[in-house]
Write a protein that binds this ligand. Structure first.
Ligand SMILES: Cc1cc2nc3c(=O)[nH]c(=O)nc-3n(C[C@H](O)[C@H](O)[C@H](O)COP(=O)(O)OP(=O)(O)OC[C@H]3O[C@@H](n4cnc5c(N)ncnc54)[C@H](O)[C@@H]3O)c2cc1C
Length: 361
């Protein structure tokens, strides 16, 4: 019997289970599909929220801590598994007006950032941008990770460290006796444990268990991918919610849509057209490249993007770790540390109030 069952094997479940295991907890992770096959695979892997100044401190505090963890974590994973997560110092150029709110945010979080408003200086940062990019903020320290490689490395780490997990094992019910969890019933068998962590991404709301609610909804995001050459485009560029992410091997991602239409992962021509049009406007040379692939993922959406990282209000032994919305990769590592503190009952590394069930998410 494990001490703790983690329901869901996206980055949030994987990072949490790994961290608890490293701290000596007997864990078992259960995943209804392949590990990391949902949103965590589909995302862009920018290690920063988009327009972070628009977010609550509760999001920024996790993001800033995670940013510091990634270099060491990806190195450890590489040493353990030989999988390169392709953590790149791409930097992020965001088309935006110079604004006091943004300046205050850079000062508060000690972000290296420059407002630039002449095209020659912008071209020194990213020579491929089009005329629509004539002003904005350049943040050279923003990194990206190739999330399919990240989940591959995490899975390999589970194998290397012998962390127990089961794929294709769907949790159908969390067993709750007199407001205390005793285990989970899956489509295969029942597993007993005194602690259960719901890390089921967009599917987490089904595990509210009592009247208390976990307000997480699926928000579809579609992406397209161009086949380019290494270093053809070097920087992440963002304008009006559309972004370009150049990968190490020359592939270039353009994202993403925000669609609240339930558990639907179909791709659409409308999204393809929208993403391609915006991408070519930002980086005109993309019009000459082959589009290799289009896909969709379901983000675990919360209204303010503040995740649940907490013990359940009413049910002993039940924990919720979900709702990271557009930022599960950037928030994930710090979030897993916080969840570990909570589960182990030790002093948490930051104030847990904003992530509790009763707080606004
Ligand atoms: C297009 C797109 C672009 C994105 N770009 C970025 C970005 O640049 N930076 C960033 O930080 N974030 C980004 N994100 C968001 C990020 O991908 C998510 O926030 C993150 O992956 C959420 O991780 P998760 O583990 O909570 O969810 P998921 O990865 O969805 O994992 C949840 C897992 O739970 C499993 N599960 C569900 N129900 C059950 C059950 N009953 N039993 C067992 N298992 C179950 C699912 O199968 C799934 O594997 C993007 C997302 C999308 C879609």
């Amino acid at each position: 019997m494990p001490d703790c069952i983690i329901v869901g094997g996206g980055v949030i479940g994987l990072l949490t289970a790994r961290q608890l295991f490293l701290e000596g907890v007997d864990v078992l992770l259960l995943e209804k599909g392949p590990l990391g096959g949902e949103s965590s695979w589909a995302g862009g892997g920018i290690i920063s929220p988009l327009y972070p100044w628009r977010y609550d401190d509760a999001v920024n505090v996790l993001a800033e801590r995670s940013k510091k963890i990634y270099p060491e974590l990806t190195k450890t994973l590489f040493d353990e598994t030989s999988v390169d997560c392709e953590l790149l110092d791409s930097g992020l150029f965001t088309v935006v007006d110079n604004d006091q709110k943004i300046i205050d945010w850079t000062k508060k979080w000690s972000i290296d950032a420059d407002f630039i408003n002449n095209i020659d200086s912008i071209h020194k940062i990213e020579k491929t941008v089009g005329d629509v990019v004539n002003k904005g903020i350049w943040m050279p320290d923003i990194k990206q990770i190739r999330n399919p490689k990240f989940v591959k490395a995490l899975k390999a780490s589970f194998e290397r460290l012998c962390i127990p997990y089961r794929e294709y094992c769907e949790v159908e019910e969390i067993i709750n006796k007199n407001n205390k969890v005793t285990g989970v019933r899956t489509d295969k068998k029942t597993f007993l444990a005194d602690k259960i962590i719901v890390a089921s991404g967009a599917w987490s709301a089904q595990f509210s268990v009592t009247q208390s609610s976990v307000n997480v909804i699926p928000v579809k995001g579609q992406m397209i991918m161009y086949k380019g050459e290494p270093d053809l485009v070097k920087r992440i560029v963002l304008s009006e919610g559309h972004y370009i992410i150049p990968r190490k091997d020359g592939r270039i991602l353009a994202g993403s849509t925000l669609e609240k239409i339930g558990f639907d992962k179909t791709i659409s021509v409308t999204a393809f057209d929208e993403l391609h049009r915006a991408a070519v406007e930002l980086i005109p040379l993309l019009s000459g490249l082959e589009i290799e692939r289009q896909w969709a993922g379901l983000r675990p959406g919360t209204e303010k993007g503040i995740p649940y990282i907490c013990q359940h209000d009413e049910v002993e032994g039940l924990y919720i770790h979900a709702g990271h919305f557009r930022n599960g990769i950037v928030l994930g590592t710090a979030s897993a540390e916080l969840m570990t503190d909570i589960v182990l009952g030790r002093e948490p590394w930051c104030d847990v109030g904003p992530y509790s069930m009763s707080a606004p998410h």
